[in-house]
Design a protein. Sequence first.
Length: 608
Amino acid sequence: MCGIVGFTGAAPAAPILLEGLRRLEYRGYDSAGVAVQHEGAIEMVKASGTVEHLAEMTSNGAALEGGCGIAHTRWATHGAPTDTNAHPHLSEDGRFAVVHNGIIENYAALRRELEGEGYSFASETDTEVVAHLLERYYDGDLRRAVMRTASRLEGSYVLGVLCACEPGRLFCVKEAGPLILGLGVDENYFASDVTALVGYTRNVIYLEDGEMAELTPESVTVYDRTGREIPKSVSHVVWDIEAAEKGGYEHFMMKEIMEQPRAVKSTIEPRIRSGRVELEGLDLTAEDFARFRRIVITACGSAYHAGMVGKYVIESLCRVPVEVDLASELRYRDPIVGEDTLLIVVSQSGETADTIAALRECKARGAYVLAIVNVVGSTIARLADCALYTHAGPEIAVATTKGYTTQLSALYLFAVWAAEKLGRIDEMRYNELVAELSALPARIQRAIDLNLHVKYLAGRWHAQRAMFFIGRNIDYAAALEGSLKLKEISYIHSEAYAAGELKHGTIALIDEGRLVVALCCQTALFEKMVGNIQEVKARGAKVLGLAPEGDRRIFAEADDVLFAPGGEPLFAAAPEIVPLQLFAYYVARENGCDIDKPRNLAKSVTVE
Ligand code: AGP
């Protein structure tokens, strides 16, 4: 979703800002723009289309002189993705430029008020009111003008502000949505995401909601809502720039699929010491645990699918009821959550607006919050009572792969840890599960190695108009994710169903030649799946079976076959998703789709 970058220093700002925007492209956007201070005025270039287009328009930034500026990639919400609606937006007198992420909910009332005072608007955006408010409130004190402007806004907003008459000075404001300050030597930055900063500095400050920062080349000062200066600690980012580059792969998605064994190892290995699962920071005792009568898992998209798998695994091992709820639903349904609830929040980015809102809602009702999150220092990590980081490294492709498998790994670790704390598994089973956890990276690597023919199968099936994914139990949860992978990057309509549900309606959709992907990795349910496979075949479907390696029974049932290495069935979702990720990838590639940046999607959904 929208990306923001700001820079102030001695170097020309525009090339640095453009490079920052390139690093934010993965978040999803449809227009881009840049504004710099130059000789007491603001120079601005913006257009719909790509950052590369913007770079061409500005000779890679060389056409814009000046060492202080702001830039933006916009994902349209209010108004179409046109040149005019692209950010930055200027005040009527041209002295203020503003970039904005989020939604200003009271913009219509503000716009009416400003129009009544004679301000005229150039765009359809909610953002433009900010530029006009700055002009109205500026009396020579930019900090006060920014504060007064922010106090008029309702909704979620992260702002970057540039003023023609304040050389080298930038302001940024955070009210829901990520914003990070980067500290350099005689130069400073802000950005929505550390990936925009790591090429320049690893020293960062994470801002909280209600905070505002003032940047000059020599200083960074953070204020609260009342304008009081507040001390902030500096964090060191461990990701390096290579981690956010393609490393020879055609797409980030393929790179990230291949990184999964290493990523899952980073999630699991540090947490197993001398054969015991140790979850640092999660210092709940067995007595603390006993107060939780239920566990609620909340998340969006693939993270929600990981939560579905978590439900099966936690309930099976811990015998505690687990509910999984979409964050966008949980936040508005007056949930039955209290001090007896352990809320597990799952998020790769840690910045998903609905997930943050659900977390806040449940925390206010007394729930204890455990976050399973990838991005260190993200909003979700900071709001939770404790965080279990997945350590997947930066995930750039919009379609999550290693984000999902590392979330599964964290949920498996938690389930084994909690089952032991609650005394629900004996020592033998515990040791067995710990060994299975340690073996997971190798199992995922084997899943990659086993499926070299996925490309060929994608060539066979890529022209399907629609596909179905079916499975039972954990296979059903994995089917949801396999189906989402396919639809989001290949635009082929696809649905996932609990296999036993087919005959309650969905089977009416099965027609001659329709592909049904049947997940059969829960060996105890294999025969049940055979029944469902036969049902769809009898109605003309073709079946792509996914079974544990070496289970030759699948050959008698399916037209084509994929394998996932066998092992503990409770942990099957992590290896079995790999061939489905590869299948989605190659189908999308066959169909010429923009794999890393699918249409209409954003990596980090920071608005509701
Ligand atoms: C899946 O490929 C998507 N990128 C999406 O469903 C994603 O999982 C969802 O938006 C949640 O994001 P989060 O993990 O960053 O909270």
